[in-house]
Each structure stands twice: as structure tokens, then as C-alpha cells.
Write a protein that binds this ligand. Structure first.
Ligand code: FES
Ligand code: MG
Length: 565
């Protein structure tokens, strides 16, 4: 340990008398019953995201107990502190609107409370990116601990888990194939244990990415929430945080271009969530790096999808864990990775992957020679409708729709969408393109997961399962369909999407990576002149977001929180 202030001596409060400030802090800490010997130890802060609003984080109190054991046994003083906690379905207008608030809160507490290292306990979709963004910006040595995925539930001869099966059943209910009674029964079977959604949705994708980047051990990405291993992982996270105090590797030192590329490769090979593209762009931006969509597209061309999990495949996260998990996946990808990238213990990725002698279940994690798909799950599109880019998850899309030129039906915001999509008089055919605008990061909707526009009921009842749909918002990592997302610039800032009207023709070409609005420039100029932005929110967080939020290619972060490149 150096002579620099450590433990409770760090980040002194300012009373104009530093010695008094420390005296006061110690005496207040003593009111909690700590001995002097405990207060002299280095401190590991533990970000506690337990919340009665966050079902995914139900095990956090138990995990924190285990982290504390690990810290104490290794010679540190564990001090848990609450932060904002975000549960995907529990926030209005959507959890994404608050990811940066959680990042800001966590960064301020990490940087300014007395601690030498931290364990960040997260899991649900937005929490892991928020905590990574915070750790990088605060640059406090931090171990990530995710709560782990829930277990799937057996039900009438199949398995169910949140939330691909939620969407599947709901779509069948809308199509009249599932009764009122059955949909009610299924409601109680979709999420039956603590933990994050049990498929390769955003939470699982971000957990795999956090492990790849070196912020947690590889097996920590997939061990089920309710498995005893999860508690041992928590205990080890506490021990690792104390090791970090002795040999500090600050988060920024992990954020190299090579490691960022590794994360993108893993996202692609997982067939992972489109949301991870936005989150990785934000995480990279905190380290002065950029997640270039053209680079993502190039990496996608040479990275196979190897993992066969829902929403695009068959398995659940517990299958991925049992199949060999991240170690098996990274072993398959090793020639594509920067194996010199370091984890928090200073170990290279090559050391972490090992020698390939582990068990692998090939039904879930494929060999390179027999991939789920020879190319990655995501493509980036550019064109007159998306000058700054858009994303399509081709692994979850219908190839027959990849080359489409058609008339579009436009919905201006979520209220318009829900008011008209099921109108029996809506003029729509299965060949049309559905467009939702006004749902990007700066819109009042806050870039929700509404990109999975429902198939109009009258078409769903005719058996239509997929149509080309596009928007400036996101979709759940657990969703599927031929869906163009994250169109930038968004409609709310006056991007070309703002000018699209029902009846316009749009051309999607996955082959050419194009997304074009086929409307005369003179017509567009007239529409542009008539376009007016919506009024800005007057106060609070909404106002700060409105003033500062970046477009999706920069991660929809707040501009003033990004690092200078
Ligand atoms: Fe929390 Fe899906 S709702 S991970
Ligand atoms: Mg999700």
C-alpha cells in the first residue's frame, strides 16, 4: 500500500480542516460499531442495486453478503451503498431514459466516497452498461458482479423464460391462436426465479461483454442467478476487489481498441442484443474510443454466429452455461481476438481462455466449421434515410425481406402507433413497410424498445408473421423480425426520418447495406421547411436529457459525460 490516503482517508470531505474532516468521518463510522482495526483497512465499496421495483435483482442482498465475506477474508472493509436501480419493465417512459442517470449517480458515488476499489452489483439490461460507464469515468478499480440469469420453467412439454417466450405467446394471443385463459396461465410461468431474462437478451449480452472486457471472470457471465456458484462468484468478486487495491488496474486501462473489438466480436458471435451496440458505443465513448458502425459491419462479415440461444435459436442461458459458456465461445473465436487484452488481475485473454480442454456442448456452442451462421448477427445500414446509420439484426430477420422496396405506413410516435395499428380500416398490406418515428433518444419516449412494431392485428390473423419495420428506437434483445433500428439522426432532431410520410417509398437493401427514402429532394425540402421540433421539457432529468443526449451511434450518452477522444 502506498502512503497516499486510503480506506476511509480517501476523498476527504471539506470542512476547511482536513484533519478534523477525517476525525469526524471516523467518529461517525464508529457509531456503526466498527473497531479501529476495521476502520484502518482498505475499503471496498459495493454498489447495491437491490430494489423492490427490480425483480431481476431479488438476490442482490444475498450476493452482497457473499461479497462482504470475500472482502473481509482478503483483509478489506466492505461498505455497501445504494445507487439507482433500473428494472426493464418498471420505468416510464422506458428504462433507457435513465441509464445515464444511473451512470451519473454511480460515477459520483464511486469517485467521491471513501473507497479504494469497488464491486458493482448489477444485471438487468441498463444496469451493466450504466455501471461500466460509471466505473470507466470514475476510473476507480471496479469488479462487475452480475446477478446471473433466471432459470427456464417447464410448461406443457416446452420450456418458458423471459422474455422471448413472452413475445411469442403475446403474438399468438394477438393472432387469436391462444385463449384469454391460456395467456393468463402463461403470465405466471415466464419469469419464475430471481435473475435476469433467461435468453440472450440485453442483460445476458452485456454480462458476456463485461466478462470479455475483463471486468469479471468468464464463468460469471452465465452462472444462473439461483445456483450456489453465483454466491461463490460473489465471494470471489470481493476477494478480487481487495487484490485490485494491492495491484490497481483502473478500468480505463482495460479499454483498448483491441478489447473493444473483442467485445464486438463476442456480441456478434452470440447473436446478441442490438441494444448492446448502443451501450458499447456509450461505454467506448467514456474511454475516448468510438464504436464505428462501419467497423461493426466489417467485423460482422467475418465473425460467425456460434451460439444457439433464444431469441434467434433454441437454448436458454442455463444451457449456455452448462455447454461451456464464455470460455468455450472465446476458444472458438481465438484467432479473431486480441488475446493480449488484460483483465482486472492483469491476466491476458489467452490465459483466461485456457488450452481448450474444457467440455463443450455443440448443440449450444458450435464449432467454427459448423456455425449457426457464417456471418455475424448484425449489419449497419446507411443511406438517405439514415445518414448516420441504422442497425438490423439479420440473424433474427426474414431473409426473403432483405431486399425490399415498398410503400410505407408511418406512425408519428407511440400514441399514434397504438391508436391505429389495429384499426380494421388501416390501409396496410403484408408488403408494406411500417415506420415509427419520434421514438429516438431525444424524443419524449426516450428511445424505448418499441422497434418491434406489432404486426397489424388484421394481418396477424391472416398468418402474417413478419414485415419490414423501422424506427429511431430500439427493440428488446429478446425480440425478432425484419426490423431496422436506431435510425440516426432521429426524427426528434429533424433527421430525414422526421420527413417521411405515409405513401412514400423506402428501399431496404441488406446486400448493399442501404436504407433510402425514395422521395424527390424538392418535396423533402418543402417538408423540412415546415418541420417544427417538439417543445423542450422544462425541468429535471428530462430537460438534461433533451439538452445533452447524443444520437444512437454515440451511444445515446449525455454529451458532457463522454471523454475527450
Ligand atoms: Fe431484467 Fe430482462 S427484465 S433482465
Ligand atoms: Mg430486455
Amino acid at each position: 500500500m502506498s502512503d497516499k490516503p486510503h480506506g476511509l482517508g480517501r476523498n476527504a470531505s471539506n470542512y476547511g480542516d482536513p484533519a478534523f474532516a477525517l476525525y469526524l468521518r471516523r467518529s461517525f463510522a464508529k457509531s456503526m460499531g466498527y473497531s479501529q482495526a476495521m476502520l484502518d483497512k482498505p475499503v471496498v465499496g459495493i454498489a447495491d442495486t437491490a430494489s423492490d421495483y427490480n425483480n431481476c435483482h431479488r438476490t442482490v442482498p444475498e450476493l452482497i453478503e457473499a461479497v462482504k465475506r470475500g472482502v473481509l477474508a482478503a483483509g478489506g472493509l466492505p461498505l455497501a451503498f445504494p445507487t439507482v436501480s433500473l428494472c426493464e419493465p418498471s420505468l416510464s417512459p422506458c428504462s433507457m431514459h435513465y441509464r445515464n442517470l444511473m451512470a451519473l449517480d454511480t460515477e459520483a458515488m464511486l469517485a467521491n466516497q471513501p473507497m479504494d476499489a469497488a464491486v458493482l452489483v448489477g444485471g438487468c439490461d441498463k444496469t451493466v452498461p450504466a455501471q461500466l460507464m460509471a466505473a470507466i469515468s470514475a476510473n476507480v478499480p471496479s469488479v462487475m458482479l452480475v446477478v446471473g440469469p433466471m432459470l427456464a420453467q417447464a410448461f406443457e412439454g416446452e420450456r418458458l423464460s423471459a422474455c422471448t417466450d413472452c413475445r411469442r405467446y403475446w403474438a399468438r394471443y394477438r393472432a387469436g391462436e391462444v385463449s384469454e385463459e391460456k395467456i393468463g396461465q402463461v403470465e405466471g410461468k415466464l419469469a419464475t426465479t430471481a435473475g435476469t431474462c433467461g435468453v440472450m437478451g440485453t442483460a445476458s449480452t452485456m454480462a458476456c461483454i463485461a466478462a470479455t472486457l475483463g471486468f469479471m471472470p468468464l464463468e460469471a457471465a452465465s452462472a444462473p442467478a439461483v445456483h450456489a456458484d453465483r454466491l461463490r462468484i460473489a465471494e470471489e468478486a470481493g476477494a478480487q476487489a481487495v487484490r485490485l487495491i494491492r495491484n490497481p488496474l483502473p478500468p480505463l486501462s482495460l479499454m483498448t481498441q483491441g478489447n473493444l473489438d473483442n467485445a464486438v466480436r463476442v456480441l456478434l458471435a452470440l447473436g446478441g442484443s442490438t441494444n448492446a451496440v448502443v451501450h458499447l458505443a456509450a461505454i467506448a465513448g467514456r474511454a475516448g474510443l468510438a464504436l464505428d458502425l462501419k467497423r461493426l459491419d466489417a467485423l460482422s462479415e467475418e465473425t460467425p454466429v456460434l451460439v444457439d440461444l433464444k431469441p434467434t435459436g433454441e437454448g436458454y442461458m442455463e444451457d449456455f452455461h452448462a455447454a461451456g459458456g464464455m470460455r468455450a465461445l472465446l476458444w472458438e473465436l481465438r484467432d479473431l481476438l486480441d488475446l493480449s487484452a488484460k483483465d482486472l488481475d492483469g491476466r491476458s485473454l489467452a490465459e483466461r481462455i485456457g488450452d481448450g480442454s474444457h467440455y463443450v456442448d455443440r448443440r449450444i456452442i458450435r464449432a467454427r466449421g459448423e456455425p449457426v451462421s457464417p456471418v455475424g448477427g448484425l449489419v449497419a445500414l446507411f443511406g438517405s434515410l439514415a445518414p448516420e446509420g441504422a442497425i438490423l439484426k439479420r440473424s433474427a430477420a426474414t431473409p426473403a425481406l432483405f431486399e425490399t422496396e415498398a410503400r410505407c405506413i408511418v406512425f408519428d410516435g407511440l400514441a399514434d402507433l397504438s391508436a391505429r395499428i389495429d384499426d380494421p380500416d388501416l390501409d396496410v398490406t403484408p408488403q408494406d413497410i411500417l415506420v415509427l418515428k419520434g421514438a429516438g433518444p431525444r424524443s419524449p419516449a426516450g428511445m424505448p424498445e418499441a422497434g418491434y412494431l406489432p404486426i397489424p392485428k388484421k394481418l396477424a390473423r391472416q398468418g402474417v408473421k413478419d414485415m419490414v419495420r423501422m424506427s429511431d428506437c430500439r427493440m428488446s434483445g429478446t425480440a425478432f423480425g425484419t426490423i431496422v433500428l436506431h435510425i440516426a439522426p432521429e426524427a426528434a432532431v429533424g433527421g430525414p426520418l422526421a420527413l417521411v410520410e405515409t405513401g412514400d417509398r423506402i428501399r431496404l437493401s441488406v446486400k448493399e447495406r442501404r436504407l433510402d427514402l425514395l422521395v424527390e429532394e424538392a418535396t423533402l425540402a418543402a417538408r423540412r421547411a415546415a418541420w417544427k421540433p417538439a417543445p423542450a421539457p422544462k425541468r429535471g432529468w428530462d430537460r438534461l436529457v433533451h439538452e445533452q443526449v447524443t444520437q444512437a451511434p454515440l451511444g445515446a450518452d449525455l454529451a458532457f459525460l463522454r471523454a475527450a477522444p
